[in-house]
Design a binder for this molecule. Structure first.
Ligand code: UT7
Length: 329
């Protein structure tokens, strides 16, 4: 395959102001401890949207920063691909609300649903649009208000997630820099291990749904953990093979930030030492499809990614979906 075709020319992030620490769960009557959450997940705190902050408003903050860094105006954007599991409304797509806020009047805007792997899926779609000439400039966003779909009475899930958004602007690659390889997979036979049973078209909202709380996220944590480790390892191999590189050629690994133990297992499998792994799960928790985008933006901002570096990104989530990509900056 002829690559690179597209590259990331600017990134940004949008986080809610409010921070909830592990100690704050006691205040809302959740029986947990900082020790349990830290040991099992590596999470110390997460940002939580309040006072009207929404999937769209976080996406807009991330997008504006990415556009400014890319030197791209709203009128230049040909497409907006927004990944979310928490759309502000069920109809229309959150991407069109974002388009309206940005004033990106020329853009085609749509949402995709690939859960925590969604940002990498969305970047791959953007690459395809640039490859075919359908678009020259694509805004890709992962934005999640996970606090709106988790069950705040279920200690096994509510401690894990956080809110936030990350964005990237993609354009045609120059000077052999950009996306070197991309890999995407799904397995719908395992959908019921991490899902929201009700609230969609199959089981619309009704009093029973609200009573049995089946519109909230349900997760078989241990099963998901095992699949995440296995699939992220495989995805790393596929992206490295696609780029004809090995773990030793990777300057920075950015894994989906769900659990420090999964991150460590992924790094070990890919033969990337932990000093070359970006970790921010301690500060944000699991922000689903925003996670890789936020980490990428931070790594570019704080100099962990510099020109000429090879970066491996990998994610896994509900569906199951998993995806990976090697980028040269
Ligand atoms: O982004 C999508 C991908 N998602 C993930 O990657 C998440 C994958 N799964 C995980 O990260 C881990 O499975 C968890 C962090 C969710 C859970 O860790 P675990 O080591 O698998 O714990 P567990 O669910 O097996 O629970 C162990 C114990 C249980 O008690 P018993 O039955 O052993 O007495 C739970 O009731 O921990 C208990 N527990 C808690 N205790 C204190 C569960 N949640 C909590 C809590 N505080 N918040």
């Amino acid at each position: 395959m002829k690559r690179p075709i597209a590259s990331i020319v600017g990134t940004g992030r949008g986080l809610p102001e409010a921070v909830m620490t592990n100690f704050d769960f006691a205040k809302i009557g959740i029986e947990t401890t900082d020790e349990w959450i830290t040991e099992r997940t590596g999470i110390k705190q997460r940002h939580i949207a309040r006072n009207g902050e929404s999937t769209t408003s976080m996406a807009a903050a991330a997008a504006r920063q990415a556009m400014q860094r890319a030197g791209v105006s709203a009128g230049e954007i040909d497409a907006i691909v927004l990944s979310t599991a928490t759309p502000d409304r069920l109809l229309p797509a959150t991407a069109v609300d974002l388009q309206a806020q940005l004033g990106a009047t020329r853009a085609a805007a749509f949402d995709i649903g690939a859960a925590c792997a969604g940002f990498i899926f969305a970047v791959t779609i953007a690459e395809g649009m640039i490859a075919t000439g359908t678009a020259e400039t694509v805004l890709v966003v992962g934005s999640e208000k996970m606090s709106s779909i988790i069950d705040w009475q279920d200690r096994a899930t509510c401690v894990l997630f956080g809110d936030g958004a990350g964005a990237a602007v993609l354009r045609r690659a120059k000077h052999q820099r950009g996306i070197l390889s991309a890999y995407m997979r799904s397995d719908g036979t395992l959908a019921n291990l991490l899902y929201r049973p009700s609230g969609g078209a199959c089981q619309p909202f009704c009093e029973d749904v609200l009573t049995d709380r089946s519109h909230f996220v349900k997760m078989a944590g241990r099963e998901v953990f095992k699949h995440a480790v296995r699939s992220m390892a495989d995805a790393c191999d596929r992206a490295l093979d696609g780029a004809k590189l090995t773990g030793k050629d990777i300057d920075l690994l950015i894994p989906h930030q769900a659990n420090l133990r999964i991150i460590e297992a992924t790094a070990k499998h890919a033969s990337v030492s932990m000093d070359k792994v970006y970790v921010n799960v301690d500060r944000y928790g699991n922000t689903s499809s925003a996670s890789v985008a936020i980490a990428l933006d931070e790594a570019l901002e704080n100099g962990r990614i510099r020109e000429g570096m090879n970066v491996l990104v990998v994610a896994f989530g509900a569906g199951f979906t998993w995806a990976s990509m090697v980028l040269r900056f």
